[in-house]
Design a protein around this ligand. Structure first.
Ligand code: FAD
Length: 310
């Protein structure tokens, strides 16, 4: 295992919008920061997959202006629908977090398996180990909980708060058509059946799309009932038929175990009273929609840290 000798001011676990927001602001404030993410890329649930060179948004489908931070993101986007107002990125929603990563030290393919606090934090993965004075965890609460349970951290109130959070799962189906779909196929619809929470014509977000591309988000109940089924592709004909769609030329599926927070925390973030540990994300700020909450929570952590260090 390689151990990085440098001691960062902050180690941030998670390169989703919350982790990147923290990292950007702390680095601008003059702190040294390292961001660690288990994935190949950044952005977490602001996820875009390239299929035959066409971007497909298989996580968050669009930005809605739900508060000051989502409104700021709109400057990076193009309008999609006017009623309700939604905004997309023509190269895929993942272009938004990618624009934040510039200048940051990010270790990708770095699945953090445990953290340990002595005089400093040792943040460990099979890929190596990094050291930081303070730790910010910016991943869904159930994942944070299992990480901390695997560590020498025992603060009961803190762990209980994390354990109270629950997420809804979602299965995303992506379907491609070489033939055009009916002209009047809606750009998106919500809750059209008990199995479908959302269906959208993803290709309508692109400039001159080479094919028609549909994204279906299953309902949480459907996802919970079928999450471990294999192969999940066998469920697609039923959902496509419910969405009034023919058999596609190709199909891909993605499982989101933690798609949307259902039972959340009324705080802006969690802070340990024993060690320099902070947790932020969309399960905090429970009065706000999740994306706005994730960024509000991240900014609240940074403001607390910068204020503290003055
Ligand atoms: C299908 C779908 C539809 C959605 N629709 C909406 C919507 O309409 N409106 C809305 O407001 N929100 C919506 N959301 C939710 C929104 O995308 C999230 O609230 C937001 O992206 C959360 O950002 P985050 O940074 O807190 O977490 P994430 O984006 O989950 O980022 C966490 C990061 O941590 C990494 N990670 C996790 N564990 C580890 C580990 N042990 N080691 C290293 N890295 C780790 C992950 O790889 C990930 O990159 C939707 C999400 C999905 C999936």
């Amino acid at each position: 295992m390689s151990v990085e000798n440098f001691l960062f001011d902050f180690g941030i676990i998670g390169a989703g919008i919350a982790g990147l927001t923290c990292a950007k602001r702390l680095q601008s404030g003059g702190f040294s920061v390292v961001v660690l993410d288990k994935s190949r890329g950044v952005g977490g649930r602001l996820a875009t997959r390239r299929i035959d060179s066409t971007p497909v948004d298989h996580g968050l489908p669009y930005i809605t202006p739900d508060g000051q931070y989502t409104e700021n993101l709109i400057s990076l986007c193009h309008p999609w629908t006017s009623s309700p107002p939604t905004y997309i990125h023509p190269d895929g929603i993942n272009s938004i977090p990618k624009s934040l990563r510039e200048g940051l030290t990010i270790h990708r393919n770095f699945l953090v398996t445990s953290v340990a606090y002595g005089d400093t934090w040792r943040i460990k993965s099979e890929a190596g180990e990094v050291a930081a004075k303070s730790l910010i965890i910016a991943i869904p609460a159930p994942q944070a909980l299992s990480l901390l349970k695997n560590s020498n951290f025992t603060e009961a109130d803190f762990l209980q708060a994390l354990a109270s959070v629950h997420y809804e799962p979602c299965i995303t189906f992506m379907a491609g058509y070489s033939q055009p779909l009916p002209d009047n196929y809606p750009l998106f619809s919500r809750s059209i059946t008990a199995d479908i929470r959302w269906v959208g014509l993803d290709s309508s977000k692109r400039v001159n799309p080479p094919q028609s591309l549909i994204v279906i988000h299953s309902s949480p109940d459907f996802a919970a009932a079928n999450f471990d089924l294999s192969p999940l592709e066998s469920l697609a004909p039923m959902l496509l038929s419910q969405a009034g769609l023919p058999a596609p030329d190709w199909l891909q599926v993605h499982r989101w175990r933690y798609a949307l927070p259902l039972i959340r925390l009324p705080f802006d973030y969690l802070k340990s009273s024993i060690v320099p540990l902070y947790i932020c994300g969309d399960f905090c700020c429970d009065s706000l929609p999740p994306l706005e909450a994730a960024m509000t929570s991240a900014v609240a952590v940074v403001n607390a840290l910068i204020y503290q260090s003055c």
